[in-house]
Design a protein around this ligand. Structure first.
Ligand code: FRU
Length: 494
């Protein structure tokens, strides 16, 4: 049964989409079909196709009552929209269908687990929003909300857990067929915690333990957990609100954290060994991962940041996009990333420049321009250590965005101050990077309205949305001091 709210969203998006020029959308990143997109939801395989749902407000390019948008892909790069999957249409989700996850069940059904948000009148007469976990079962396109919803409520919280911040269930199925579910929660005593539940049938759940707890270290409330084992390391991903910067880590206010460790043999909690930022750019939040049939752990995040995402004008036809899917691996005790290898299938003819000596000013390269491209660079000091190297792109007389490296400080900086924003918000982010006396490798992926910079062997990544008119498509190199550059340019053709 399709509710009026869902029917309305489906006919609205189908009509609104016709007014959006596909050439003004990302080429191989998933953007909102129309209106607003935030977190990836329900990322996974179902009946041989990748499904990616997302937090969605079709009627406006700003956040509003949350629906689930829906798209499918065979290669994680070419996406087809499917009709909106969930609308807030039940008493337990009247104020929004918040983030969650999905699984293919052995009986062939697709299950979505999401957070239902509803209003409750408190004993003092005030109204507050409470959050519970709900299920919907479907066939990959249409979903029926479970009549016994919600399946996890305030009564399932451990002592001190807040019913107002209890969201973003991540469903897992173990080899023995039983289910686990991680839910983000706020604990009265110390901020975010990730609660672990266990079930045999998805309908009745039992609290196991807090898989990890913030204890006042990393921001306040935690959101959007994900958990997996990678190269013998247990990795818990979470998105932390209201973080304080620590040195060069966690500059984003709302930041994404990886906790690395081992599972506790007794209660499945995480024995933490280290924590790190997942992305060092301006825009990356709420990632989810999947395991592909060939054994790769792939991550997709929202290519935006809550601190800056509300600065655009209302008349945007769409707002919000996903990051490039990234392959995760652990090296030297760190969670590292490389671009999805299927991206190589989009490569056009390469132009290679070897041993380019920069004149100590700006240099444009013949044939290197566009807004969908891959650039591989190797910087090699040429004489003494240079002061600075910069790459500018999405560039014309009016606009440019840059990536700069200062080897004396070991600092790599992305800067989109001149990208076309009319707002005085943060447009720069810096990361400390490893290099060998000024030698550094960078790999940039540009897709019309985004740039993702993979540093070295993928030890660090800096991502940002770039909102520059597409006619700004120039690229140039700049140096202060002698540096020699090997550069490979490849247009990407989706
Ligand atoms: C994270 C988040 C989630 C919530 C959703 C609401 O970006 O705040 O915790 O479910 O967005 O849209």
């Amino acid at each position: 049964m399709i509710s009026n709210a869902l029917e309305k969203a489906r006919s609205y998006e189908a009509a609104a989409e016709r007014g959006i020029d596909p050439g003004q959308r990302p080429g191989f990143h998933l953007g909102a079909r129309t209106g607003w997109m935030n977190d990836p939801n329900g990322f996974g395989l179902y009946k041989g196709q990748y499904h990616l749902f997302y937090q969605y407000h079709p009627y406006d390019s700003h956040w509003g009552p949350m629906h689930w948008g829906h798209a499918v892909s065979r290669d994680l790069l070419h996406w087809d929209y499917l009709p909106c999957a969930l609308a807030p249409d039940q008493p337990y989700d009247e104020a929004g269908c918040f983030s969650g996850s999905a699984l293919e069940l052995p009986d062939g059904r697709h299950v979505l687990m999401y957070t239902g948000v509803s209003r409750r009148t408190e004993p003092d007469g005030s109204t507050r929003l409470i959050q519970t976990q709900c299920l919907a079962f479907g066939d990959g396109e249409n979903y029926e909300k479970y009549e016994g919803n919600p399946v996890l409520t305030e009564k399932d919280l451990p002592e001190g857990g807040s019913p107002y911040d209890f969201r973003d269930p991540k469903l897992l199925q173990l080899p023995d067929g039983s289910f686990r579910c991680l839910v983000a929660n706020d604990n009265r005593d110390g901020g975010g915690q990730i609660l672990l539940y266990e079930s045999q049938d998805l309908l009745r759940w039992r609290f196991v333990c807090a898989a990890a707890a913030n204890r006042g270290r990393l921001g306040l409330m935690w959101e959007c957990p994900d958990l997996f084992t990678l190269d013998d390391t247990r990795v818990l991903l979470l998105s932390a609100q209201d973080m304080l910067p620590q040195g060069f880590e966690y500059h984003n206010g709302n930041g994404t954290v990886a906790l690395l460790g081992e599972p506790d043999p007794v209660d499945e909690a995480l024995r933490e060994r280290a924590d790190q930022a997942v992305d060092y750019g301006i825009d990356f939040y709420a990632p989810q991962t999947i395991l592909t049939p060939d054994g790769r752990r792939i991550m997709v995040g929202w290519l935006q940041n809550w601190d800056t995402c509300n600065q655009h004008f209302r008349n945007y036809p769409w707002f919000g996009q996903m990051s490039l899917p990234r392959e995760l691996f652990v090296r030297g005790g760190r969670l590292c990333q490389r671009p999805l290898r299927e991206l190589e299938r989009l490569r056009g003819e390469a132009l290679c420049f070897t041993g380019l000596r920069l004149p100590g000013g700006e240099l444009a390269l013949p044939g290197v321009r566009g807004r969908m491209m891959e650039l591989e660079l190797e910087l090699i000091p040429d004489g003494g250590l240079y002061q600075r190297f910069s790459l500018r792109f999405a560039k014309n007389q009016a606009y440019h965005t840059s990536v700069s490296f200062r080897p004396h400080e070991s600092v790599l900086k992305v800067d989109r101050k001149f990208s076309g924003s009319r707002r005085a918000i943060i447009h720069q982010r810096r990361a400390k990077v490893d290099h060998e006396a000024g030698r550094l490798k960078l790999r940039l992926i540009l897709d019309r309205f985004s740039c993702e910079v993979f540093v070295g062997g993928g030890e660090k990544v800096l991502s940002m949305a770039v909102d520059t008119p597409l006619e700004a498509d120039g690229v140039s190199l700049f140096s202060d001091g002698q540096v020699s550059v090997n550069l490979t340019y490849r247009p990407l053709i989706p």
